[in-house]
Design a protein. Structure first.
Length: 274
């Protein structure tokens, strides 16, 4: 983080960590009161937005104003859109089976286990993944070509994610599609257009933080970790495990790319066999 001394940097990082923890602890209190832990998914985007906003306040007079505004606005737009979408999607539904399965394995008190593994764990992830936002906001480097490339990647990712979510919501809203697999629009090109878009968003924000070799290396963990979470962590892997027994899903998976968008085709596994 260019232009920030070590003591100030440590203080700012502590404040943003506390911000992420505060959002998730408030969410925990609401979830326990309602007996519904799925609302933590709504808090995910809100927590990123809160960390970004606090970073914008802390970096005043330190980072380049154009870069500060751009990276914080991009994070808040992404985070609040995601939270609003999840809130609409979750309305009227009970507990998410993922959290039921997780808490059924709790070695002791389920509530405190949820606090440790879900809420505090997500707070730590929010802070770690937000490092490019914090780094970019504290950088004194003016906007350049790489920054605008980052915004282009971010915009493509946000568009992919938002369009994919909208297409799936419209598909599910049609009673004629009950029990069917969504395989239209972006969902014909990848089984997870929302996750792919999410990954691009964070690679774009990462590019905004690449103002020096040191900063690029220091915050590389963020897009790598987000991509791993979406592909082999709690995203794609768990969702596909849940969907595996749905009629028609195996055929859909065989002809559709798992993550990177590729032209729709016939059975990909069969084409790979000699």
């Amino acid at each position: 983080m260019n232009g920030t001394d070590g003591g100030t940097l440590a203080l700012h990082l502590a404040v943003t960590a506390a911000t992420a923890a505060a959002v998730l602890l408030v969410t925990f209190a609401v979830a326990v009161r309602r007996g519904l832990h799925r609302i933590v998914d709504i808090a995910w985007g809100i927590a990123f937005s809160a960390v970004a906003f606090v970073t914008w306040l802390l970096s005043a007079g330190d980072g380049d104003d154009g870069r500060r505004l751009l990276v914080v606005a991009a994070t808040v737009v992404w985070g609040l859109r995601l939270s609003a979408h999840i809130a609409r999607r979750s309305r009227g539904h009970g507990e998410d089976p993922r959290y039921t399965a997780l808490l059924d394995k709790a070695p002791g008190n389920r509530t405190w286990y949820a606090l440790r593994t879900v809420y505090l764990g997500q707070a730590a992830l929010v802070w770690l993944i937000s490092l490019p936002v914090q780094s970019a906001a504290h950088s004194a480097e003016p906007l350049g070509v790489l920054a605008f490339c980052g915004i282009a990647v971010w915009a493509l990712g946000l568009g992919f994610e938002a369009v994919g979510d909208h297409q799936l919501a419209r598909f599910k809203a049609d009673p004629a599609n009950r029990g069917r697999i969504m395989d239209r629009g972006l969902w014909a090109w990848t089984r997870h257009p929302n996750y792919f878009g999410d990954s691009l968003v964070w690679w774009g924000l990462y590019l905004l933080a690449c103002t020096s070799r040191q900063s690029a290396l220091a915050v590389l963990v963020s897009p790598v970790l987000m991509t791993l979470l979406l592909t082999v962590g709690s995203g794609k892997r768990l969702l596909e495990k849940h969907m595996a027994d749905r009629p028609g899903y195996a055929a859909y998976a065989a002809r559709t790319s798992g993550f990177l968008p590729l032209p729709p085709g016939r059975d990909r596994a069969a084409r790979r066999r000699p």
